[in-house]
Design a protein around this ligand. Structure first.
Ligand SMILES: Cc1cc2nc3c(=O)[nH]c(=O)nc-3n(C[C@H](O)[C@H](O)[C@H](O)COP(=O)(O)OP(=O)(O)OC[C@H]3O[C@@H](n4cnc5c(N)ncnc54)[C@H](O)[C@@H]3O)c2cc1C
Length: 307
């Protein structure tokens, strides 16, 4: 005789395995293997409860990514943007996009000395693009994951998971967006700028203040310049090292100095702060300085978002 309870128990998904202490690489991954385990456990308990209460249907996942499972995607192209900064193109299953919302990112996992290292990356291709996605990655000489990424080759299958990130954006809910980015911090900004200027209904004005080391280190330089043709996007570049400004292109505004708190404050005088959204993405110290500058200019906390 079959026992109904046993039958249902057989249908439950396997319990996620708790990471061993040695699985944590100790480099402050966000999310780290323990955070991922806690989240998986929470979702597993919820799923078990649903099945025990009579529901068996899987929650449909629209895009190619899965929030709970690592999915492997093949690298089909690698392009060097400048030394130590590469653009990787990954193939998606036919007819699928990533299923990201504006400003969301993915996480990637690599194994180093038997331990998982996890980092976040924001695709720079259109979030609705089907068939492939692009990720721009800067390689750091002492970077835990990027020293493994630098060995990626075309044909490798890389495990990604997502979407992640709780940035939420509604068309026209702010009059103005001030974006403060440094280095690869341009990735989420670029994704958001494209989504806004491509939406005819969106009348939000965007100003980007972008800090790079030198002119040749400006990421997505051509792409950003093209976006400046839209009435609602303008940008100023700031250089942290001296450079030859004769390399400046027509229509480009380049300041041969660091981006300062005063620059942020004077931008914030252009529109009422309560109808301005401030987005920040760069290094830890850059983020701290920029968030403080926005707060000093009386931008309410709810209008400041740090990626
Ligand atoms: C939401 C989000 C989205 C991101 N999107 C991207 C993206 O699209 N492309 C991308 O390249 N990175 C992106 N990053 C950063 C990325 O997640 C990693 O932190 C980065 O690749 C470094 O990882 P690592 O393990 O090699 O370096 P780590 O081992 O973590 O750091 C080693 C050293 O590298 C240097 N370093 C690390 N990160 C930075 C930094 N941001 N600026 C300056 N120096 C640094 C420092 O010297 C640091 O001591 C994103 C981060 C977040 C939070």
């Amino acid at each position: 005789m079959t026992n109904r309870i046993t039958d249902i128990e057989d249908l439950l998904p396997p319990k996620p395995q708790a990471p061993q202490p040695r699985d944590c690489c100790g480099s402050g991954c966000c999310p780290c293997v323990h955070d991922i385990y806690e989240e998986d456990l929470r979702k597993w308990k919820k799923q078990c409860k649903r099945i025990r209460e009579g529901g068996l249907e899987e929650v449909p996942v629209e895009g190619a990514l899965h929030p709970d499972k690592w999915k492997e995607f093949e690298i089909v192209k690698i392009k060097e943007i400048y030394s130590n900064c590469l653009c990787y193109t990954f193939k998606l299953p036919e007819g699928k996009n990533l299923g990201l919302s504006i400003g969301q990112h993915l996480i990637v996992k690599q194994i180093k000395n038997g331990r998982a290292v996890i980092r976040q990356y924001t695709p720079i291709s259109d979030i609705s693009e089907k068939g492939s996605f692009d990720v721009l990655i800067k390689i750091y000489p002492n970077g835990k994951i990027t020293q493994l990424i630098k060995d990626w080759k075309v044909g490798d299958n890389i495990p990604w998971r997502g979407p992640f990130g709780n940035f939420s954006y509604k068309t026209n809910c702010y009059k103005r967006i001030l974006m403060l980015a440094a280095g690869t911090g341009i990735a989420p900004m670029y994704q958001i700028i494209k989504a806004i200027v491509d939406n005819d209904q969106d009348e939000t004005f965007i100003k980007l203040l972008y800090s790079s080391k030198s002119i040749s280190n400006i990421l997505l330089r051509e792409e950003l310049l093209t976006l400046c043709q839209f009435w609602n996007f303008k940008m100023t570049h700031y250089l942290s090292a001296e450079d030859d400004l004769r390399m400046k292109k027509y229509n480009e505004t380049i300041m041969s100095r660091k981006l300062t708190k005063e620059d942020v404050k004077s931008e914030l005088l252009q529109a009422p702060v309560d109808s301005t959204l401030v987005l920040v993405c760069g290094t830890r110290s850059f983020d701290k300085d920029m968030v403080n500058a926005a707060k000093d200019a009386q931008v309410p906390d709810k209008n400041i978002f740090k990626f």
